[in-house]
Structures are given as C-alpha cells and as structure tokens.
Design a protein around this ligand. Structure first.
Ligand SMILES: C[S@@+](CC[C@H](N)C(=O)[O-])C[C@H]1O[C@@H](n2cnc3c(N)ncnc32)[C@H](O)[C@@H]1O
Length: 270
C-alpha cells in the first residue's frame, strides 16, 4: 500500500545524481538492505544501466518470497532459477535478483562482502542505532562504496485538521521510534542526519533532499493504517493518556491531509 506514496515522494534531484553516477556503464551490482517486498528495486532499476545484478536482503523470509512474487508480476518477463534467484526483463533492463535472508544487526560485514557498486536501502535506517550507522558507514568508506538511502523518516509531521494532542502524540511516537528495533536504541528521526554526518566527515560528496509523503483523501486507506500504527506505538509508550489517544484517533478518522517527513541521501567518495 505504501509503494505509490513512496515512489511519488522520492527526491528527483537526488535520484538524478544517482542516475548520473552510473550513466554510461553497461552493468551495475546493487545491494538493497531491508528490501521488504522489493519496492526499492522497482523504483530505482529504471534509472540504472541496462544490465543489473541485485542482491535483496531482509531478515524476513516471507517478505523475500513476497518480493519474488511482486517482481515477477512487475516484470515483462521473468524466469526463476532452481537456486531461488530470478532473472527479469523490464523495459530495456535485464535484471538478475538474488534473495538473501540475513540479519543485518548480526552479519553486517558478511552481508556486504563481495563485488558491489552501490548499496541502497529504503525506509530502513530509522530502525537502526547511531552506533550501527557509524559501523556501517565505516565499512562503506573503507571500501569506497556509494550509498543511496531513500525515504528515511525525519520526524516532520503535519496532520490537517490539527488536534490539541498532535504534539504529545508526535513526541510519544518519536520516543517509541527511539526504542530497540533489533540494532540497539534506534536512531529514529535522527537517522538521516546521523548518516549524513558520518559520510560528510569523511569528505564524501553528499546529495540530500526531502522526500516527504503528502497524503490526501485519495490515500484514505494508507492514512487509516498509519493512524492505527501511531496509536498502537503511542499506547505502548504510556506517555499519552488513553482518553487523549482515543480523542486524537476519532478526530483524525477522516484527516484531510498528512505530511510525513522523509529524507533521501546519496553519498559517494569525493
Ligand atoms: C519499513 S520496511 C522497508 C521495506 C522496503 N525497503 C520498502 O521500502 O518497502 C523495513 C524492512 O527492514 C527489514 N528489517 C528489519 N530488521 C532487519 C534486520 N535485522 N535485518 C534485515 N532486515 C531487517 C524488515 O523486515 C523490513 O522489510
């Protein structure tokens, strides 16, 4: 359900910088961290060279299976290999896809090993801790590996119409974001800045831009799911009185619009 909003939100200047970096090449090898159902590949592949080799990594095997099914549907033609990988043709692109189950909290170095030209991830870095980001960026810097991190939640939110509990709800949601999601205390809304700082300090070239979701009545289904997710997260924190949460939920039953702030980032050696 998030995919159309995600693809619409991507920052065009940042994605153009990625396309430019690989323009003129015949082939590119990409790793997608926390790939989910493969949405990042579907957005990015059209911008990259015609021959692509992707390694899709996720801890959740069901999501990897969902990615395989969704990519098969997305492709003009698809062939599954006996080893579980996929070869797909989409427009002018020929793409081989390997699906790799891995826990990135435990196996970062092993997972990044091998020949690769670009590391990417979508809606992933707010889950990880600041110390994981610094370990991760050190690996990329040591190997001169470019990173394209899209749709990193940056904490900005604006719901219309406004409600008196908006501020308390957002503060509690951010407190929940900063709990451990398997990588230590999560960076949450600070993840983008944290990433940017690590690579800027190493003298890397940094392109960053906003990629906010701008949801309206046409995204009513998605807003409903987001509101329920917010309520569940806030309730877990115990920071907002139950009656206020219920009132907030009722008031936003039919929100007119919801802006959710994200950041896209492309970093490569300077
Ligand atoms: C918000 S989803 C984003 C999915 C996808 N990139 C997208 O844009 O639709 C975060 C993803 O990170 C994966 N993930 C969470 N913890 C992980 C871990 N320790 N190792 C590998 N993947 C993990 C989840 O399974 C999930 O697919």
């Amino acid at each position: 359900m998030r995919e159309p909003a995600d693809h619409r939100a991507r920052n065009a200047c940042v994605s153009a910088a990625v396309a430019l970096k690989f323009a003129g090449r015949d082939t590119v090898r990409v790793i997608d961290l926390g790939c989910g159902a493969g949405s990042n590949l579907r957005a990015l592949a059209p911008l990259l060279p015609n021959r692509q080799h992707w390694r899709l990594i996720d801890a959740d095997r069901d999501l990897l299976a969902a990615a395989q099914a969704a990519l098969t549907r997305w492709a003009n033609r698809a062939e599954a290999d006996p080893d579980g990988s996929l070869r797909i043709w989409h427009g002018a692109k020929t793409i081989s896809v390997v699906f790799q189950p891995a826990d990135l909290a435990a196996n970062l170095d092993d997972t990044l090993a091998g020949e690769v030209d670009l590391v990417t991830a979508a809606a992933f870095f707010d889950l990880v801790s600041a110390s994981w980001i610094s370990r991760f960026s050190a690996v990329l810097i040591s190997r001169a590996l470019p990173l394209y991190a899209v749709l990193t939640y940056n904490g900005g939110e604006r719901l219309m119409p406004a409600h008196p509990a908006d501020h308390a709800m957002l503060a509690a949601f951010h407190a929940h974001q900063r709990t451990d999601k398997g990588f230590g205390i999560a960076a949450g809304p600070d993840a983008g800045l944290c990433l940017e700082r690590c690579f800027a300090e190493a003298g890397w070239q940094v392109d960053a831009g906003q990629s906010d979701w701008r949801l309206g009545p046409e995204n009513a289904g998605l807003m409903e799911i987001l509101a329920n997710g917010t309520v569940a997260a806030v309730a877990e924190t115990g920071l907002v009185p139950t009656a206020d949460i219920a009132d907030w939920r009722a008031a936003h039953q039919s929100a007119q619009s919801w802006l959710i702030g994200h950041q896209d980032l492309f970093v490569r050696p300077g």
